[in-house]
Design a protein around this ligand. Structure first.
Ligand code: AMP
Ligand code: MG
Length: 349
């Protein structure tokens, strides 16, 4: 199959391409599309066959459910058994936006889409191209991130193409995405809502709107006995081909340790990389010094993290280092992704 790559300059919508993308989905095909978080790999959420194709294209285990993307709040009621009152409150505050809600599924959603669960994940993205595409596609688009399972989520169309060329009918290119980490997932099937995956909508923001909100304890630790409630969170994720290590401690200690590790690696002939803020870039000598943004700008780290991990792969970097970030606000999402990318390898200094 040939993958048609359609570029639409920022802020524009190619109506003809949108109509074609919609037809592809309604005919059971797959289209990758931009959202505000990362690129999604879309298929008809109400078709078992389309969902099977998504799993095949990603090489994703079929017990790992897909998120159903909608373009109007009122469509939520058609795919869930009953809309809990909190869902309307959250929709009012955070939709369109990077928040996914888990609710009991309605019968029209096939088990193929939900990985066999009786719940469904629903999101209304905040991206013009995504919304127009979902509308053209019939209103219910199942979409995981558009990467091969285990690789960093794509934040640029070229990385979707790298992973999906020949496996999907079309790629809608909307440029670089704005947020860069996947949506926050909140489970509304429990009495007290539970965050299953941290994202740009933070725990603090959700508590402000809902009152008490729990965190899935498996989210930030790796040695918990129980399995995470979002099946996808149990898999190794976002891994670059080289070895990423997190260094945690006071900033002086972290700098000293990373410099020592880099020098050691270079002496052994490894290609080295480091992820830093602009003010610290001068501190390190490495083959690839990747700057996220200004110091303590966690949104910039979130936005650039997956792109940087992909660039490390492009440049065949063997050993990479990053400092540990404070786990509050969006730092929680950033650390969750970095810990997974590093296979939880963390050095305390
Ligand atoms: P991705 O689309 O790649 O961001 O992955 C979707 C994430 O949503 C995975 O971690 C899934 O396990 C999670 N997810 C989707 N549906 C459900 C559900 N019904 N219950 C719990 N987690 C879900
Ligand atoms: Mg993913």
């Amino acid at each position: 199959m040939e993958t048609k790559w359609v570029k639409s300059p920022e802020g524009t919508i190619d109506k003809v391409a949108m109509a074609e993308a919609g037809r592809i989905i309604r005919a059971g095909g797959l289209v990758a599309f931009p959202t505000e978080t990362v690129y999604g790999l879309g298929g008809d959420a109400l078709s078992p066959d389309s969902s099977r194709k998504i799993y095949a294209a990603k090489g994703r285990p079929s017990d790992n459910p897909l998120i159903v993307h909608i373009c109007r709040v009122e469509d939520m009621a058609r795919i869930v058994r009953e809309v809990p009152p909190q869902a309307y409150v959250l929709a009012e505050h955070f939709w369109p936006g990077p928040l996914t809600m888990i609710m009991k599924k309605a019968d029209i959603v096939p088990p193929e889409t939900t990985g066999g669960l009786d719940t469904v994940a629903v999101r209304l993205p905040n991206h013009e191209v995504a919304l127009e595409f979902i509308r053209e596609a019939g209103g219910f688009v199942a979409a995981p991130s558009a990467n091969v399972s285990g690789r960093p989520s794509p934040t640029l169309a070229k990385y979707v193409y790298e992973d999906m060329d020949g496996k999907i009918e079309m790629l809608l290119d909307g440029g670089e995405v704005g947020i860069g980490v996947e949506s926050t997932i909140i489970d509304l099937t429990e009495e007290i809502p539970v965050i299953l995956r941290p994202g740009y909508i933070t725990w603090e923001m959700l508590q402000e709107v809902l009152g008490e909100v729990c965190l899935d304890p498996t989210m930030l630790e790796h040695d918990r006995p129980e399995a995470p409630k979002a099946p996808g969170m149990k898999y190794k994720h976002y891994a670059p081909q080289g070895e990423l290590t997190i260094v945690s401690g006071t900033s002086q200690n972290v700098q000293n340790e990373i410099r020592r590790l880099l020098q050691n690696d270079r002496e052994q002939g490894y290609k080295t990389g480091v992820i830093v803020s602009s003010d610290e870039a001068w501190v390190y000598e490495a083959d690839a010094v990747k700057v996220t943004g200004e110091k303590e700008d966690m949104a910039a780290v979130a936005r650039s993290l997956f792109r940087i991990l992909r660039e490390f792969d492009d440049e065949k970097i063997d050993r990479m280092y990053v400092q540990a970030f404070a786990q509050d606000g969006i730092g929680q999402a950033v650390m969750n992704r970095i810990l997974k990318a590093a296979g939880h390898k963390i050095i305390e200094v």
